[in-house]
Write a protein of this length. Structure first.
Length: 313
């Protein structure tokens, strides 16, 4: 496909994720309420919450600097750029080599860095504790994600997400291979943690340490942060689907194929949210100092995937 056409598809992907993210976070809240046998909010509640917050006055702490003020916009721009880079609707990466695995990992790190830094910049002790917790989870989960993506890049011979998606869709990788299914398991668990699900996190708990960096935000800034966190959840799931389950993405550019790809993507993401809801509501919240026992196990699975790759090559 021509570069300009792919870039346009990337913009469509960004708009799709931007509009769909509150729907999926609302679905998650609704499923949690149903599992708990309570009424809870309806599936569109997050749209109303965002609109309500945008209309409210924004209060900035006196000691906050430019990082605090800029973070909502930096995070929103980062996740939308990620949505443009990951092959969601097509098997080709909309931004080509400019959006390879390395750039995706760096942008995810930029998101976490600014989110945590904003909590520290607010001057709130509680927000600072939440920021340190956020960085600790990043240190624990990112090595497993990087290692799995490194193994997949070695298997496909490229760090280009489009090339990886095309080879997986063409059946170049066997899911019975230990290299693939071990990497898939490790990446799935890391994705579950990155989306802020129990027992590791609670995405809407800004009054608790889990989302402590949000404590001092209000009005439009809080709306953009909540929206960005929802988009990040969808983007991380989209990355997992692009690497391991790209089936249904359009191989050729046409309106019908893109429409089918869009519907299938939304269904796949909704299925992931349903599975995540069933898992997170079957477990109690995990204390932070116990999280390394789980995340090191995930890294061990990813390392086994790499060992099997080295042994088979």
């Amino acid at each position: 496909m021509p570069g300009s056409t792919l870039f346009l598809i990337g913009l469509v992907q960004a708009v799709l994720v931007l509009l769909a993210a509150p729907l999926f976070t609302g679905l998650s809240r609704t499923l949690r309420a149903k599992i708990h046998s309570r009424k809870g909010p309806d599936i569109l509640q997050d749209y109303r919450d965002i609109l309500k917050l945008i209309k409210r006055q924004e209060v900035v702490p006196a000691q906050a600097g430019w990082v605090f003020r800029a973070t909502p916009y930096v995070l929103m721009a980062t996740v939308l750029l990620l949505a443009m880079m990951i092959p969601i609707l097509t098997l080709q990466a909309p931004m080509g080599l400019a959006g390879d695995l390395i750039a995706v990992v760096y942008l995810l790190t930029v998101f976490r860095f600014f989110f945590s830094l904003a909590g520290l910049d607010s001057g709130s002790i509680f927000a600072g504790i939440g920021a340190s917790r956020e960085m600790a989870l990043g240190v624990l989960t990112e090595p497993a994600i990087i290692l799995v993506l490194f193994v997949i890049a070695l298997l496909s011979g490229s760090t280009d997400l489009g090339t990886i998606s095309q080879k997986v869709a063409a059946g170049a990788f066997s899911y019975s291979s230990p290299v693939v299914w071990l990497g898939m398991v490790a990446f799935a668990v890391a994705t579950f943690i990155e989306t802020g699900k129990l027992p590791y996190d609670l995405a809407e708990a800004e009054q608790e340490i889990q989302e402590g960096p949000l404590t001092e935000f209000s009005g439009r800034g809080l709306a953009l942060l909540k929206w960005s966190l929802g988009i990040k959840q969808v983007v991380v799931i989209a990355l997992f689907l692009a690497v391991f389950f790209p089936f249904g993405s359009a191989a050729a550019l046409s309106f019908s194929s893109l429409l089918i790809s869009m519907i299938l993507f939304l269904l796949k993401v909704a299925f992931c949210y349903v599975i995540a809801a069933l898992l997170e509501n079957s477990m109690a919240r995990l204390l932070l100092f116990k999280a390394p026992a789980v995340t090191w196990g995930v890294f061990g699975i990813a390392l086994l995937s790499f060992v099997f790759y080295v042994a088979s090559s």
